[in-house]
Design a protein around this ligand. Structure first.
Ligand SMILES: [Zn+2]
Ligand SMILES: [Zn+2]
Length: 499
């Protein structure tokens, strides 16, 4: 990475706003906004119902990933473990899905050609992390084992990628390391002395686990770059960031309850602290734990959640409810007549007034201990996106403050609302990533032009001289990334690696 950053073309990536939970990779694959491809959260409301469904299944991508355009144009492509991408039915090359990936539930472990995956497992074994789900009560020994499994996973993946890279002189070779994602979610509190769960007496290996996994990936990228010639082009994409998991997502529904939005009798002790809702712990935590279990059925997720929530939280009677599974950015859905099956809020003036009222309340929320604001902004999705899936979005997106833990909030209108932070992860997503390109056609130094996630696929297609499909919403940034003097399409020896 030091070599890439020092001598390559380097550009920050602007990721799609407010949808880190699910929107980044589908946007990378399709060059479409989340309102167009429709994937923006792990669980989304099923249109016209109060049911939740797992929305990040790869078969929900409405258009093929960009490499299928290269394949159809006669380019030889290899794709290894790209998140949220299905295995192509036909490909001019090969593809492996979920040999070892963080979001392995999004598609069955498979390959094209079908026999490839078995061959790779015979050669390199399985990825040592079967499912990325550590609980808060994990022992130090379990964390140690998980750290070792992640590092071993990077080593095996590097070996697997090298093997596949050497099979042929590929036009496009794309491989993904997701261990950096896993280690960021689970080990942040070991790294960060400011985190409430930080234990200064924890073993040194745990304190450095994130850096150790990053270093191992760095070693892997270097090993892969050694295997491509000086005439090749390598592009490294860091899809988004990680940071401490500080957000008030767990406080949103209790705040709505206090405002009388649930259609339920408000708590008798209006100004007292709302007790931690055990129903949340019972149902949200297992849902998170199950996120990475292979073969997880979306209908079961929704049914389980609803089975117990339905009698406790009747959304039919609510005016507004917190949509679950949004973390750094929360979502509020208005129970809108004509859109929801048992809507209670009239479209038009009443809907607008309620959105304004909730926005005011949320922006007035303060941290109960320090008085600092806990909500950065509240937005209507239409201010951020346009597309056929906009109606599936929450009515309000609530961006929490991420610079300190949020345990209790207060405002003159709602009093104080406190709940224990129920999630087992100590790290969570941050917006924006980084792109670094190295090769004869790349510029050297920082690229000033804005590069958005949706711009990368058209840039790659343009690099290969393949027409950019009309449904793409991003535009090529090749003019900024590449050295104009030597631009030359479709060189038979160009290869790109996407570790
Ligand atoms: Zn993971
Ligand atoms: Zn994640």
């Amino acid at each position: 990475m030091a070599r890439l950053l020092a001598s390559g073309a380097v550009a920050p990536i602007v990721t799609p706003e407010a949808v880190l939970e699910g929107g980044v990779w589908p946007t990378f694959l399709t060059s479409q906004s989340p309102a167009t491809h429709g994937m923006f959260a792990y669980q989304q409301l099923k249109r016209g119902t109060y049911d939740l469904e797992v929305a990040l299944h790869a078969d929900r991508l409405p258009v093929p990933p960009f490499w299928e355009h290269l394949s159809r144009a006669g380019k030889r492509v290899t794709i290894i473990d790209a998140p949220f991408a299905r295995t192509a039915k036909r490909l001019n090359g090969m593809q492996v899905t979920n040999w070892g990936a963080h979001d392995a539930w999004s598609w069955a472990r498979s390959s094209y050609p079908a026999s490839l995956i078995d061959d790779l497992v015979r050669r390199f074994g399985d990825h040592p992390v079967p499912s990325c789900n550590l609980g808060r009560k994990c022992t130090a020994a379990e964390y140690q084992r998980f750290r070792e499994q992640l590092i071993e996973g990077v080593r095996r993946k590097t070996a697997l990628l090298r093997h596949c890279l050497e099979l042929e002189d590929w036009d496009l070779f794309l491989g993904v390391f997701s261990e950096s994602h896993c280690v960021g979610h689970h080990f942040w509190h070991f790294l960060d002395p400011g985190h409430p769960r930080h234990d200064p007496s924890a073993a040194q290996e745990l304190a450095t686990a994130i850096l150790d996994v990053y270093r191992e990936i760095d070693t892997g990228v270097a090993a892969l770059l050694e295997h491509v010639g000086a005439d090749s082009h390598a592009l490294v994409m860091l899809s988004h960031g990680m940071g401490p998991f500080y957000a008030g997502a767990h406080l949103l529904q209790p705040v709505l309850d206090r405002l009388g939005m649930s259609g339920m009798v408000p708590s008798a002790s209006d100004s007292s602290v709302v007790e931690q809702s055990t129903w949340k712990l019972r149902h949200l935590v297992p849902a998170r734990v199950r996120r990475h279990v292979k073969g997880w059925l979306p209908r079961l997720a929704s049914a389980l959640w609803r089975q117990t929530h339905h009698e406790v939280r009747p959304w039919e009677r609510a005016r507004a409810f917190a949509v679950p599974e949004h973390y750094m950015t929360s979502g509020i859905r208005i129970n809108l007549r004509g859109r929801e099956p048992a809507g209670t809020v009239e479209p038009g003036a009443e809907h607008e007034a309620l959105c304004r009222e909730l926005t005011e309340v949320l922006l007035s929320l303060e941290d109960a201990e320090t008085g600092r604001k806990v909500v950065q902004w509240v937005a209507r999705p239409a201010e951020l996106y346009q597309g056929p899936h906009l109606a599936d979005f929450p009515d309000l997106l609530v961006e929490w403050e991420h610079s300190f833990p949020i345990r209790a909030v207060r405002s003159p209108r709602i009093g104080t609302v406190a709940e224990d932070f129920p999630f087992e992860r100590s790290g969570d997503h941050r917006s924006n990533g980084l792109l670094a390109g190295l090769g004869p056609r790349f510029q050297s130094g920082e690229i000033k032009n804005e590069v958005r996630t949706e711009d990368i696929a058209p840039t790659v297609l343009e690099f290969f001289g393949v027409p950019i499909p009309s449904h793409y919403e991003g535009r090529s940034v090749g003019g900024a990334l590449f050295n104009g003097a030597s631009v030359r399409h479709s060189s038979p020896n160009t290869r790109a690696a996407f570790p």
